[in-house]
Every structure is written in C-alpha cells, then in structure tokens.
Design a protein around this ligand. Structure first.
Ligand code: DGL
Length: 276
C-alpha cells in the first residue's frame, strides 16, 4: 500500500494539539498525522532515557505511516530526545527523514517579546531541568535574562480536565508567585509546555497590565512554514489533500472527548498499541 505523505505531529498527550491547531490554520493544505502517547503521559518527570525511548518509538511509528517530516510538538521530548534522534538515529537509520522540535524556533524569536530584557520560562520539570531554553535562547539573545519555573502540577490538572475549576487557582497562583519572586522585572512569560495555553484564562488574571504571555503555536507554525520553503526536497514529498488523522496510544474515546478542547474542533481518533 502506498501511503500518502503526511507531516507527523507528536506529543506525549493532548498538548501538541495546541500547536497542531496553529499549524493547520497556517498550512491547511498539507496532510497531517497526529500521535498522542496518552498511555504513557505525562512525560514531564520521566528520565532522559525513558523520554528518548518513548519519543523514538512514536517517531518511528509516524515514519512507518509515511511521514518524512515529524514535529515534536512537546517541549519535554524536544528537550530530552530531539538531539539524540537528530544526531545519532536519523543519519544511520533514516537519512531522508527529518525531525524538528519546538524549542529552537521559540528561542529564535523570544527576545523580541520583552522590553525589560528579562523573560520567564514556565515548563515541566524535565524541560526546565534540561536547561535547554537558557542554552538555546542565549545563542540568539546572549544578553537576555532567562528566569525558569517548573510547574509539575499543571499538566496533570490539564490532562484530567480540571484546569478551569476553582481548585486549579491554587496551583496557578503558586507557580506564578514563585516565578515573579525570583525576578519582579520580568515583562514576558513563555509557556514552554504545549499544554499550558489552556491555562491562559487563569494565568492572565494574575498578570500586571502590559505583560506578555507567549504560547508557542503560532511561532512553531511560522517556523514550519519557512522550513518548507527552504527545504523543497521535503516539501515536494508531501501530499496536499488537507487530511488530518489522529492516533492515540490511550483510550480513543477518552482522547476524542478531551482532544476537542485542545484542538477547538471535533476529533475522531484511532487507538494504536505501543510497547508499554
Ligand atoms: N506538552 C508537553 C510539553 O510541551 C508535555 C507534558 C508532559 O507530558 O509532561 O512539555
């Protein structure tokens, strides 16, 4: 069977759908396959080795479905697995495939959002402890002060659809306070986890006027659009029927119910089995 060539989009669970939504708006003609590894999410506290193994397995599955290009729409996977996949796996096993992450495109533009030169980065423990953001941001904006805050309770709240309940206020306030205590001069915050845009209604209530809250969807969509222009050898492989397919390693009925909240549209997924 000849597979149509699609762009693969991967996340540990639902968060990548906030990025996929922006990509599908910007580039509606391409075919896409989304894979959420819901059975093994969240990835935030897993070791490097585990995140790498899980991510590689999902990327290889997307390659098998006919995706020559895969976007890791997950900061944790981008921080802990992308480099090894790009440097050790692709050249040896898949020289014609490409895998891109969300950290570098964000780092390339993030300095443009702050006037004070101090930016907050909020993410999972895995992303924050990897130091990937300060390292990548300083390549493009060496003077920028990057103040990090891990928010380990936010993904579980969101994955369990509790993020808009009153009970979530405590954890939103707690991590915001911790961040702003470290540096009161921050004037922009990057939501460096693709789940966090769902908390924007609660986070924005706590921010002083003029503060910038940055989600990654549009940044990644712009960067992908430019990548396709600059890489005709990949772009020419891709079919353009505007088809979107969704797969999950978890329960597909649960996925469909929750995914529509992240994607803002009805989603019908299929369940796949990955090694657990
Ligand atoms: N949405 C993910 C991220 O951007 C991951 C969350 C998780 O699985 O912990 O980091």
């Amino acid at each position: 069977m000849i597979h149509k060539k699609s762009i693969g989009i991967f996340d540990s669970g639902y968060g990548g759908l906030t990025v996929f939504k922006a990509i599908a708006n910007k580039l509606p003609d391409y075919n896409y396959i989304y894979l959420g590894d819901n059975a093994r999410a969240p990835y935030g506290d897993h070791s490097y080795e585990t995140v790498y193994q899980y991510t590689l397995e999902c990327v290889e599955w997307l390659f098998e479905q006919g995706c020559p290009l895969v976007i890791l729409a997950c900061n944790t996977a981008s921080a802990k697995a992308l480099r090894t996949i790009q440097q050790k796996v692709l050249p040896v096993k898949y020289p014609h495939h490409r895998v891109l992450g969300v950290i570098r495109p964000t780092a390339e533009v993030i300095g443009n959002y702050t006037a004070s030169g101090k930016i907050g980065v909020m993410g999972t423990r895995g992303t924050i402890n990897s130091e990937s953001y300060p390292i990548e941001i300083h390549k493009f904006f060496p003077e920028l002060d990057v103040v990090q805050q891990s928010c380990p309770m936010w993904v579980p709240l969101i994955e369990n659809n509790e993020h808009l309940q009153e009970g979530a206020d405590y954890f939103v306030q707690e991590y915001m306070d911790q961040l702003l205590e470290k540096s009161p001069d921050i004037d922009a915050i990057l939501l460096a986890c693709t789940h966090y845009p769902l908390l924007i209604p609660k986070i924005s209530k706590l921010l002083p006027e003029g503060f910038k809250l940055i989600a990654q969807g549009d940044i990644v969509a712009d960067s992908l659009s430019l990548y396709l222009v600059n890489h005709p050898e990949i772009e020419e492989l891709l079919n353009k029927d505007g088809e979107k397919q969704f797969f999950t390693s978890g329960d597909h009925l649960v996925f469909d119910k929750n995914a529509s909240i992240f994607f803002d549209k009805e989603v019908m997924s299929q369940q796949i089995n990955l090694k657990i």
